[in-house]
Design a protein around this ligand. Structure first.
Ligand code: ZN
Length: 317
């Protein structure tokens, strides 16, 4: 959602969904809830807490409804869930999710591999899901996340016209917004700036989040490029959870700790307290012992004298 509330940016934490679904270990429900609580305590205002998919496909997400029901007790936080189809959408809405996100792939090859549907068939899902929403839960916000928007590991380059056309078609099909995802970590800053500039000129305030991956080390740079193109909502994962299977040793999602540090150091208010975010990282670590945690800020710590906002103001003097 383009609602920034009283802050300059909205950081949408996707770790409990995007991160955990890529990790082989299944985190216990109580540990997921404790992590979400710690993220809320740090000031995170939007959290994607689970995926409503078949537990046979993703046993890590079998408790999605339970986690949503826990998370929505935090009244001020937007609780999101990913749904691949209408069955999942209904379950997510009935569990009480405030917002649902639908992965719609711009690469037909990736779409078939990921959800066994063509992009056109996914548009039908968007239509059906928004119709269901209007009927049973009109307050729920629906986001289309255009995956493989910057390249596909199967198809290779994805034409920019296809990406923009699909994002626009999702909104025409009833989605409240369309964002762009670098699912495969292939984006570069020039491309990010170009695509989001086009997206925003086509969709205005229905242009959604930048979901960047750090697979090739360009995650933060790509977020900055998206910011310069006017994007104000960013998806990231605590500890960069969700390693990419195609790049061993590389983190998947942009690391929330590093992203928040970058923006706060620039004098932009995220609403997130970095010290408490590091506390939440410890809660995550306890729930997933032995899992690799990424990020540059956590081992280095905050710079001496660092104060959010004030730091940038002082530097400018
Ligand atoms: Zn991701």
């Amino acid at each position: 959602m383009s609602t920034i509330h009283k802050f300059d940016l909205l950081i949408s934490e996707v770790g409990p969904r995007d991160g955990l679904q890529s990790v082989a270990t299944t985190m216990a429900t109580a540990d997921k809830c404790a992590w979400i609580d710690a993220l809320v305590a740090a000031g995170v205002q939007e959290i994607e807490v689970g995926s409503f998919v078949s537990p046979k496909l993703l046993p890590q997400m079998a408790d999605a409804a339970e986690v949503v029901q826990h998370a929505i007790r935090h009244a001020s936080v937007t609780i999101m869930a990913l749904v691949p189809n209408i069955k999942g959408a209904e379950a997510a809405m009935r569990a009480g999710a405030h917002k649902i996100t639908l992965p719609v792939s711009a690469s037909p090859a990736h779409s078939m591999a990921n959800v066994r549907k063509t992009p056109e068939q996914m548009l039908e899902q968007v239509r059906a899901i928004t119709a269901l929403r209007d009927e049973i839960a009109p307050q729920v916000h629906i986001e289309a996340g255009i995956s493989t928007a910057f390249g596909c590991t199967i198809q290779g380059p994805v034409p920019e016209d296809d990406v923009i056309a699909l994002a626009v078609a999702c909104v025409q099909a009833g989605a409240d917004e369309s964002g762009l995802s670098d699912t495969t970590g292939m984006a570069n800053p020039a491309q990010v700036k170009r695509l989001f500039t086009r997206l925003r000129s086509e969709l205005g305030n229905q242009a959604g989040a930048a979901h960047m991956h750090n697979t090739r080390g360009l995650g933060l740079t790509n977020c900055l490029a998206a910011y310069e193109a006017g994007v104000r909502t960013f998806d990231s994962s605590q500890a960069g959870l969700g390693g990419c299977p195609y790049a061993p040793g590389a983190s998947g999602n942009v690391v929330t700790e590093d992203l928040v540090f970058m923006f706060e150091a620039m004098g932009l208010r995220t609403g997130i307290d970095i010290e408490r975010l590091l506390t939440a990282r410890n809660t995550l670590a306890r729930g997933l012992p032995g899992e690799a945690l990424y990020g540059m800020l956590p081992p280095a710590g905050l710079p001496k004298g660092f104060k959010p906002h004030a730091y940038a103001l002082r530097s400018a003097v």
